[in-house]
Design a protein around this ligand. Structure first.
Ligand SMILES: [Zn+2]
Length: 268
């Protein structure tokens, strides 16, 4: 239990210190693996059953560590039992109950639909090997969605790949760009789940990013690299624009060198 809590404390405080989690911005969910799941065996439910907006049989019976609605990520480090909770889905994936946390009372993040629907996609696409999902507000990535005209998945992926030579290795499938959709809505949840089935990072225009990974470190790392690239990109724009950049040939060579499976359609 201590190890699990330490993991979310580390990730949430890193996010807060980077300025990605102002006020109650940003949220984290971790689908518990076999060992983590067993930690909560024998816990009596602390709440009634709350119906989910749609049934999610793909994640029926699973347990998740989820940050709380209205809670500040920067406070998880101090009071994890207040700012995070563990929920358990029923055997149909139609409702959830609280097993632990949100002291003295509370509920999971308002972005729960995006988290749980994305976990369905992530579990399927990684053959049950990925467990972490993070949504956060990195300043430079958000700024980029204002500063560049006509952004789409192809142009944004290429721009980030070109802004730092490591990007194509960390996210060879690129980043999926979602034009603005209302926060907390089922529409955003569904669009994010579809997007994350294609790529490990999803940009929400004017709002932030979502990332997945085998664990919180991997999800955090992917977002961190994309944010660094966005920062470089904005600095280059502020300095008068790129006078040269990585060519398609160089990008393909990096990917080949590190044996990364690049989404070739992003080059077309
Ligand atoms: Zn947000």
């Amino acid at each position: 239990m201590q190890k699990l809590i330490e993991e979310i404390k580390k990730t949430s405080s890193d996010m807060a210190r980077r300025g990605w989690a102002e006020s109650n911005g940003g949220n984290i969910s971790l689908r518990l693996n076999k060992d983590q799941f067993a930690l909560f065996d024998g816990y009596s439910p602390k709440s009634e059953s709350f119906p989910l907006p749609v049934s999610m049989p793909e994640i029926a019976g699973e347990r998740f560590l989820v940050t709380g609605t209205g809670r500040f990520l920067r406070n998880i480090e101090l009071f994890p039992e207040k700012n995070t909770g563990v929920i358990e889905l029923d055997s149909q994936g139609a409702s959830y109950r609280l097993l632990w946390g949100y002291e003295p009372q509370g509920a999971p993040t308002s972005e729960l639909p995006a988290h749980l629907l994305s976990h369905c996609s992530i579990k399927k696409k990684t053959n049950n090997q990925s467990f972490a999902f993070i949504h956060t507000h990195p300043t430079n990535l958000i700024a980029l969605t204002y500063a560049v005209a006509n952004l789409d998945t192809k142009s944004l992926s290429k721009l980030l790949w070109q802004s730092h030579a490591e990007c194509i290795v960390v996210f060879p499938a690129g980043v999926e760009f979602l034009p603005w959709i209302m926060a907390g809505s089922m529409d955003l949840g569904r669009a994010t789940a579809d997007a994350i089935s294609l790529r490990n990072l999803v940009i929400w225009q004017y709002h932030g990013i979502c990332g997945c990974g085998r664990n919180l470190d991997e999800a955090f790392g992917r977002i961190d690299v994309a944010e660094k690239a966005a920062e470089i990109c904005l600095k280059v724009m502020a300095a008068g624009g790129a006078k040269q950049t990585l060519t398609d040939e160089q990008l393909r060579a990096i990917a080949a060198n590190f044996r990364c499976e690049v989404d070739q359609r992003l080059f077309e």
